[in-house]
Design a protein around this ligand. Structure first.
Ligand SMILES: *[C@@H]1O[C@H](CO)[C@@H](O)[C@H](O)[C@H]1NC(C)=O
Ligand SMILES: *[C@@H]1O[C@H](CO)[C@@H](O)[C@H](O)[C@H]1NC(C)=O
Ligand SMILES: *[C@@H]1O[C@H](CO)[C@@H](O)[C@H](O)[C@H]1NC(C)=O
Ligand SMILES: *[C@@H]1O[C@H](CO)[C@@H](O)[C@H](O)[C@H]1NC(C)=O
Length: 770
């Protein structure tokens, strides 16, 4: 994302601190004289639960960045932090725009967990039910605290404290009331929001507090003339809870937040009327419903299963909830550290980057296409600003900013103006996401409501960026930066040119799909440019130099040219693919982000180097996943970087979905290519794959792989090649896949439109597709 070098000083200071903290490293040698060295960090806290969806621990991580979050897409908080964040609430001008901190009036602690005490609390994150739980087994009672961001009442963070008295063995024992000391720890006043002093109010015989305010600084005076209002309501929190010795009780404390005071109040009042247990059940019901629609299950490798559950939980906590009590607000995107973080430069301020489209989007699209739609909608909401940015830089169409937040204007932080200037590939990444979305959904409605326009305007942007080179007769795209941020202001970045070329071809295709309701200007012109875009390729070494004039041997920050193979699925000879992978692995900085190794792992699976793939798969999560709550850091330990790094998680999910399970999205088919089990797993199921309205489950076992059909959209009948013959997919059918594929699932053609080409720079040898 940003050039990490630009933050060198900060990093050096951080490393110094870590060194001072003297992490203890033990080296274990594996049995049988093997020489594998496993690093184990003593400060890592163990997850003691043997259930895949529950992460339990007897002590919390010493670095509270590794605390888990609760969230529902509208509101989120890191458990026990002093901060609550809300979707679309930012403060600060331009590059300083960051998530605006709301004091955590919902942060309630049991006093017995704060001080030295004889009881040992158990802390658990239950990813299936979307709740963080603290249990304290005391002399006379068991106290359980639940913390959750309500998935139906989405303005709300709920704290419930249940006290269950214990019966005494001696029937003559004289019982007293049970007192439980608690404490509300909202933290200091907000520096981001000018709140009026909280006002007490009585609602339904309950003392409640209200605080309203405005953010202090707008993001961009052109696009945001006024600050944003925000109002919070919360229940008053006493010092003690008092429970009679003979009866259990549940105490419920809530905090609601919204931009609209009426909404915050209305939801608050409604919740006060709810029974405590019903309130919790309504929340759980929504989470379960979500997981019924799709998910990934791994057997035989508990750690892996847990990481996957953690990832979906953290994704879902930042995506909008559906079927909510009050209508959801506009969605402001899935940013690299999710909704629960983003108040600082380190956590990318809650901004949106290419991380969304390239790293998180693909897996979300496979299982939850309507969330993919919501992610694209964030871009559609901001096309007017993207049109202005294109104009400002002398281009046509839409140019999306490298970072965007509230207004959709460029908000790259002050450190790193070059990424904003040169990392224009983000605009192509958005078109690539649109292409995958259309391939999986054929959503005509989306095309009609902005889809045709965004795709063709992105093509206009690239057409205006490509300049003909009279020496080569090809189009060049100059002054860009690829995903590798160590090389700036370069010409013909292979990644950039491929996403640009795909954008142009897609526009031609979409013009045909849309022709009955949308007039496109120059479909053939777009395709001509794509066909003649320069595409650096070294024939002698049979590999892709990352850009024109790339010096072989130069180190790079992260996966760049290898992304051509995946996710871009650029057709090339398998030997070229292998050379790209082998070469770039040796020149990629080892301290880069996890996604680099995810993509190398997928590549090695593609070229059938399974052992190598497994090693890289290990490398793609070990040292990034922080125990006990499976929070991800951007950088491998002992370094940290941004937390909780959804981008790294996204790359990891892709290795499972597109690498091990071998799924491949094409405009005319869905493929399952050499499906196989992830290392050490005995079963891997991907449930609820949504292809053209159907609902499919891929089940990879030790003995066989099957595909089960739950439903089919009558508009898009599907046939599948099972390795021997074609089968018509009908609900209830289970197809056994024999051999290694590719197994293709196809429907009828979509209109009478010719599929777009995918090869760029036609004067190079047309490579043989993988
Ligand atoms: C045209 O391409 C050649 C070969 O890549 C390059 O050396 C030259 O600088 C380019 N010319 C312009 C005007 O960009
Ligand atoms: C980028 O390169 C161009 C030459 O192609 C040069 O004119 C420009 O000053 C460079 N910009 C930066 C910020 O280095
Ligand atoms: C593709 O790779 C094969 C070997 O894997 C080689 O024989 C062939 O020449 C290559 N073709 C091209 C176009 O590079
Ligand atoms: C991956 O890591 C696990 C332990 O974390 C180890 O058992 C396994 O051998 C590693 N795989 C490879 C291919 O190195």
């Amino acid at each position: 994302m940003w050039n990490f070098l630009a933050r060198n000083k900060q990093v050096a200071a951080m490393l110094g601190l870590l060194a001072a903290a003297a992490l203890v490293v033990i080296f274990l040698t594996t049995r049988g004289g093997g020489h594998t060295v496993v690093e184990k960090f003593m400060d890592e806290i163990e997850d003691i639960s043997d259930e895949a969806h529950i992460f339990s621990t007897l002590s919390l991580p010493s670095d509270d960045r590794f605390m888990p979050s609760v969230g529902n897409g509208h509101i989120a908080t890191n458990v026990f932090s002093d901060t609550v964040y809300m979707n679309g609430l930012y403060n600060g001008r331009k590059g300083e725009s960051h998530r605006a901190r709301i004091p955590a009036w919902a942060n309630i602690r049991l006093k017995s967990t704060l001080t030295n005490h004889p009881y040992s609390p158990v802390y658990s994150l239950d990813t299936k039910h979307g709740v963080f739980q603290v249990t304290v087994d005391r002399d006379r009672s068991v106290v359980t605290q639940r913390i959750f961001a309500h998935k139906f009442y989405t303005r709300t963070i709920v704290n419930q404290i249940q006290v269950v008295p214990k019966t005494h063995a001696d029937p003559n024992f004289v019982h007293h009331e049970i007192w439980i000391a608690i404490s509300q720890m909202a933290g200091p006043d907000s520096k981001d929001i000018a709140f009026e002093s909280p006002i007490p109010e009585i609602i339904d015989d309950t003392i409640v507090w209200k605080a309203c305010g405005k953010t202090k600084e707008t993001e961009d005076p052109v696009y945001q003339p006024l600050p944003v209002d925000v109002c919070a309501y919360w229940t008053s929190v006493p010092d003690h809870l008092v429970v009679p010795h003979f009866r259990s009780r549940v105490f419920t404390f809530v905090m609601t937040v919204d931009k609209n005071e009426t909404v915050a109040r209305q939801e608050f009042v409604k919740i006060l009327q709810e029974d405590g247990e019903e309130l919790f059940e309504k929340h759980v019901e929504r989470w379960l419903k979500l997981y019924q629609q799709g998910g990934m299950e791994i057997e035989g490798h508990l750690e892996l299963a847990k990481i996957v559950h953690g990832i979906w939980y953290y994704f879902m906590s930042s995506l909008p909830s559906e079927g909510t009590h009050l209508p959801a607000d506009k969605f402001f995107g899935l940013s690299p550290t999710g909704l629960a973080r983003g108040g600082t430069f380190d956590d990318y301020e809650g901004h949106n980057f290419w991380d969304t489209e390239i790293w998180m989007f693909p897996s979300i699209l496979l299982l939850y296409p309507r969330y993919a739609h919501a992610l694209l909608q964030y871009r559609l909401d901001n096309v007017y600003v993207a049109a202005e940015l294109a104009k400002l830089t002398g281009n046509k169409g839409y140019r999306f900013p490298w970072e965007s937040a509230y207004t959709g204007s460029e908000v790259t932080q002050p450190c790193c103006p070059e990424v904003a200037e040169f990392e224009q590939h983000i605009t192509g990444c958005i078109a690539f996401a649109a292409r995958q979305y259309l391939a999986m959904t054929r959503d005509e409605n989306w095309l009609k409501h902005g889809g045709c326009s965004i795709v063709t305007n992105i093509a206009d942007f690239w057409a205006s960026r490509a300049v003909i080179n009279y020496t080569t007769g090809l189009y060049d795209i100059e002054n860009v930066m690829g995903p590798d941020e160590d090389h700036s202001n370069i010409t013909n970045s292979v990644f950039t040119n491929v996403v640009a070329g795909y954008s142009l071809y897609l526009a031609q295709y979409v013009s045909c799909l849309c022709k009955s309701y949308y007039m496109a200007k120059s479909p053939d012109h777009w395709a001509d440019i794509a066909w003649s875009l320069a595409m650096p390729y070294d024939e002698t070494l049979n590999y892709h130099p990352q850009f024109q004039d790339y010096k072989r041997g130069d180190f790079i920050k992260q996966a760049d040219a290898v992304l051509l193979g995946f996710p871009l699925q650029y057709p090339m000879n398998i030997s070229t693919r292998a050379n790209d992978l082998t070469y770039y692995e040796t020149v990629t900085r080892s301290n880069g982000p996890a996604m680099t190794w995810s993509m190398h792992s997928i590549g090695q699976l593609d070229i059938e180097e399974n052992l190598k793939a497994a090693k890289l798969f290990n490398k793609s999560y070990e040292g990034y996943v922080r125990e006990p709550f499976k929070v991800w850091s951007e950088l491998r330990r002992p370094r940290v970087g941004a937390v909780n790094f959804l981008t790294g998680m996204g790359g990891f999910l892709q290795t499972l979905m597109f690498g091990y399970a071998g799924l491949r999205i094409h405009l005319d088919r869905l493929e399952v290519n050499r499906p196989q089990l992830p290392p050490e797993a005995t079963r891997f199921r991907i449930k609820g794959i949504k292809y053209l309205g159907s609902n499919l489950t891929l089940d990879i076992g030790i003995m066989e792989t099957t595909l089960t059909v739950s439903s089919i959209d009558a508009n898009w009948p599907l046939t599948m090649n099972n390795g021997r013959y074609n089968v018509t997919l009908v609900p209830g059918l289970t197809v056994t896949l024999s051999g290694s594929g590719p197994f293709t699932i196809r429907s009828l053609p979509w209109k009478n439109c010719k599929l777009p080409a995918d090869t760029i720079g036609q004067n190079y040898l047309r490579p043989i597709g993988l």
